[in-house]
Design a protein around this ligand. Structure first.
Ligand SMILES: [Zn+2]
Length: 483
């Protein structure tokens, strides 16, 4: 039964430069063995001494990983196409193939001259960059550096999805925005900066949150999606939309001193759900707003993402497909984990249970927007206005601050006692059960977690200060710094 085997670039030197070889075989194993007989040099690279397929060689039948079928036993039909994908040489074809209609003017030739003199990029590659359409989800910590560099590098069309407003606390890391941009829409600020860096870039803005309703429409026209978001519902939404649309999704995430990056592309490797099938329960993983982030860290991770996008566009190097890079800034260490496609992946596996976008708030265990509004009358909450009134009336309820000592040093509220969240369990004897106790933190999130913990310890006398010390500063006493 004649079938065709496609040989990757890196191995073509062992096949006399043939990229497609027709062999006989009734199943995958037989076809590979007849290939090995014809090309003994190639055999050494794909089989070990025991005549087993080497671990780092993967074979696709049509678009399917043979491991998701019946492995080497997978039966073949006449005319089937096998592709050998050695994980060591990930060399992909350039994502942007047709540049016949793309031209560079004199100014562009000069601007990109340091690219043009490298044979790996050259005029052809620069045209690919210009023809490429890259969508950045978010113009925050990760989106800022990566969009700046992609614009400078000459990516022709940059889409930016962002609906937030520049906040003073963003400036420590979101370098696409300046001090004078505080209070402006981030999208406008980002577009202005990008146009000033490179007027030859076509920047397209989407001033709306990406949702299950608009994700397919927004992502569809782009070649590559770069996920610069910081929350789980959006991360799963972007992953699923990219899998459904067949787009590569360049992933990055950051927390405090550590970051991760990978390229998820279901057609060529695993997706985000193959790595993390389920999100952590709400509250388990703190956000950067709660846990902090070293201002420089998103630069490092964002530029790994930008580098991967450029490599995919040009088809050079080894992409991060099937690999997860872990970065630790304090140790200055990069580690790499191999990722495998999960044969049971609910969206990119052979038997997907997710075939359209779902409700990602619900999937991540978060209340819907409407439910959050209802919680305005939560009997376990007290507002800063109510608390101020009670202080003014001379009442002195027990108020416990569950933030860290270094946060207390930045800002504190009157009449409060500090017991950091992680020490609460060891100080239960200091938290009375016979009179009202009000818990507070920076935003009200951690104190809510502590409230729920204390409830499990039998406390029934608790209230959470809504909005935390940030609300106190905004609504009661502006002299208390926010951070
Ligand atoms: Zn998957």
């Amino acid at each position: 039964m004649p079938v065709t085997i496609l040989v990757p670039n890196a191995l073509q030197k062992y096949t006399g430069n043939s990229e497609a070889i027709t062999v006989e075989g009734g199943n995958v194993g037989e076809a590979l063995k007849s290939l090995a007989i014809s090309y003994p040099e190639l055999k050494k690279h794909i089989f070990n001494e025991q005549n087993e397929l080497r671990q780092f060689v993967n074979v696709y039948v049509g678009n399917d990983d043979m491991r998701s079928l019946q492995g080497e036993e997978t039966p073949l039909n006449s005319g089937d196409e096998l592709t050998i994908v050695p994980s060591i040489a990930g060399g992909l074809d350039a994502l942007i193939e047709d540049v016949s209609d793309t031209n560079l003017n004199k100014d562009e030739l000069l601007r990109y001259s340091r690219h043009l003199i490298m044979p790996e990029v050259a005029l052809d590659g620069q045209k690919r960059l210009k023809a490429a359409k890259v969508l950045c989800i978010g113009a925050g910590g990760l989106g800022s550096p990566l969009a700046l560099y992609l614009a400078a590098a000459g990516v022709g069309t940059l889409g930016i999805v962002e609906f937030d407003v520049v906040d003073y606390t963003n400036l420590q890391r979101q370098i696409i925005h300046g001090t004078e941009d505080v209070g402006r829409p981030k999208l406008q600020s980002a577009m202005d900066t990008l146009m000033s860096i490179n007027p030859f870039v076509n920047v397209i803005g989407y001033e709306e949150p990406i949702t299950s309703e608009n994700a397919m429409r927004i992502i569809e026209p782009y070649d590559i999606v770069i996920d610069g978001t910081d929350n789980f519902p959006t991360r799963y939404l972007v992953n699923d939309a990219c899998v459904l649309l067949g787009k590569p999704n360049v992933y990055g995430s950051i927390f405090r001193f550590e970051g991760q990056a990978s390229v998820f592309w279901a057609e060529k490797g695993p997706c985000y759900r193959c790595l993390y099938p389920e999100p952590p329960p709400p509250g388990m993983v703190p956000s950067c707003a709660e846990g902090g982030v070293l201002g420089i860290l998103p630069g490092t991770i964002g530029l790994i993402q930008a580098t991967e996008a450029v490599k995919l566009i040009l088809g050079i190097g080894e992409p991060l497909i099937g690999r997860l890079v872990l970065y630790n800034a304090l140790k200055m260490q990069f580690r790499e984990l191999k990722l495998r496609k999960d044969p049971d992946c609910p969206i990119c596996g052979p038997n997907p249970t997710i075939t359209e976008l779902i409700d990602y708030q619900e999937f991540c265990g978060l209340p819907k927007q409407s439910e959050e509004v209802v919680s305005d009358n939560n009997p376990l909450e007290i507002t800063v206005v109510e608390l101020k009134q009670r202080f003014d009336n001379g009442e002195r309820p027990i108020v416990i601050d569950v933030r860290e000592t270094y946060e207390y040093d930045i800002a504190s509220m009157p009449f409060t006692k500090l017991i950091p969240m992680n020490e609460v369990h060891a100080h239960l004897d200091e938290i009375p059960r016979d009179q009202e106790v009000i818990l507070h933190c920076r935003s009200g999130k951690r104190s809510q977690t502590v409230l729920e913990y204390l409830q499990t310890q039998g406390y029934t006398n608790l209230k959470n200060l809504k909005g935390g010390i940030t609300a106190w500063s905004n609504e009661i006493d502006p002299s208390v710094p926010t951070y």
